[in-house]
Design a protein around this ligand. Sequence first.
Ligand code: GLA
Length: 384
Amino acid sequence: MTKSRFTLPAGMLFLVAATMMVALANSKTQSKQEKRPFGKTQDGQPADLYILTNNAGFEVAITNYGGTVVSLKTPDRNGKMADVILGYDSVSGYENGKAYFGGTIGRYGNRIAHGKFILNGATYTLAKNDGENHLHGGLIGFNKRVWNAKDVSSSAGQALELSYMSKDGEEGYPGNLSAKVIFTVLADSNALKIEYSATTDKETVVNLTNHAYFNLAGQGNGNILGHQLTLHAGKFTPVDATLIPTGEVRSVRNTPLDFLKPAAIGARIAQDNEQLTFGKGYDHNWVLDRTSAEVLSVAAEAYDPQSGRVLNVSTTEPGIQFYSGNFLDGTIQGKDGKDYPHRSAFCLETQHFPDSPNHPNFPSTVLKPGQHFRSTTVYKFSTR
Ligand code: GLA
């Protein structure tokens, strides 16, 4: 008697509690992955948009056209969501665009001097698509290719795997390169993790990155000159007038390139400095103060005092290109009818150093058959 009197209510209590927990969970955003059509390329290939969300409502949209991050929605300090990435409404914008918005950049991110390098005694000639130099993989880089997509979500978060086979000789590079990029919206924080990997059947060079343009106040919402930036880098690679590294690795001390302590992007951008003149602002590779290539190291932090949004970048890469959107000039029509004035976004491209194939003193970008190229970068958002 006594026993049944107590077990029955306890069982009911459990049922009520379980029902309440399910209801509570349903009232919050559910982690999910959705697929929508994103238009067709000029030659008729369909592209899709994959929308990855975590339980907190943090949302990243990626298209398999160019392995492109199209939008990223994250809250400000009052919980108000905004899309903090520049881009276009459909695939045709990306196809016609020249700014590399959000794209996966390959086979070689950044510049190669005169579009030439020597590997094993053979000279390889690449397109000169940036004055005299080769930039971001050439005329049709990885950001202008249609990738294969696969949902690889796990308990770590919603994840999308994109793969692309770059043929031997494509854009002048040697070797069939099988490239893979996994984008994960982490389940336990408002972060986008990007994992790159590649293998080749012939010795080649590889440098993969993402070219997201961020404005933490929201895309199309003013310039980024008031954003505060920290770069965990005591050195940078100075460039010539065509933005090719001279080969020197120079201290940032007493220069406007010192972001070891947080500084507003606009505070010193107009200073009379040869490097800033060459870059038309910031457009340089910083040498990260990291300890290991195996683990993620904190590379950069950007903070928008107005919205309170903070972006933390950590990476396994040795360098980061900080570009202050100097070529944006207001002529591009972006998402939701927004236009993108001068310096209305910044890029933090984790990478090996520009023109490494021509600088034996820089960390090597050579990939040999049998080796596995791997690189990871995490863009984590919070507020302050
Ligand atoms: C990179 C380059 C810049 C510029 C942009 C795209 O960040 O370093 O010089 O080409 O891409 O406009």
